[in-house]
Design a protein around this ligand. Structure first.
Ligand code: THU
Length: 161
């Protein structure tokens, strides 16, 4: 028997003004994207902005549905659009921000498990790291890879016998 440990590291900034320019710009895109959310049930508006290797920024927002499971998260909306329309590009980074009752949340909003799974798949498909920027008003976390969000994740290689 062996005991194994997995740890992750990330940068924590006090606010988005402390970020390097490119990261700060992507956070602004995520905040702007959040205003496109359709969230009449939770009133929690999430925005995601993906920076591609050609400089294009893809925005996504959560889209809810009266049949709750039919809704889609902001990250999923953005990733699906990206793969369908810019599948030959690499995603360099994704920023995520949320508005609760119209105001940006104080704390960063971490992506849900399904969105983590999708981010990891995209990282594997493209073969390059996707930086993750989780933005709140009083803290911003920056992770250098999406994989760090979900150790021991299920991937395509697990489908082989
Ligand atoms: N939501 C996202 O868009 N992204 C996440 O990673 C977490 C949750 C949305 C889904 C739902 O519309 C609302 O936030 C409340 O859960």
């Amino acid at each position: 028997m062996k005991k194994r440990e997995v740890s992750i590291s990330y940068l924590e900034y006090n606010n988005r003004d402390e970020l390097p320019v490119a990261e700060k710009q992507l956070v602004e895109e995520a905040v702007a994207a959040a205003s496109g959310a359709y969230a009449p049930y939770s009133h929690f508006m999430v925005g995601a902005a993906i920076l591609l290797d050609d400089g294009t920024v893809i925005r996504g927002a959560n889209v809810e549905n009266a049949a709750f499971p039919s809704g889609s998260c902001a990250e999923k909306t953005a990733l699906s659009y990206m793969v369908a329309n810019h599948g030959d590009r690499k995603a360099l980074a994704i920023a995520i921000a949320a508005l609760a009752d119209g105001k940006m949340t104080e704390e960063p909003v971490p992506p849900c498990g399904n969105c983590r799974q999708m981010l990891i798949e995209e990282e594997q498909r493209s073969g390059s790291h996707i930086q993750v920027i989780l933005a709140g008003k009083s803290a911003v976390y920056v992770l250098e890879t999406s994989q760090a969000l979900m150790p021991l994740s299920f991937t395509g290689s697990n489908l082989r016998k």
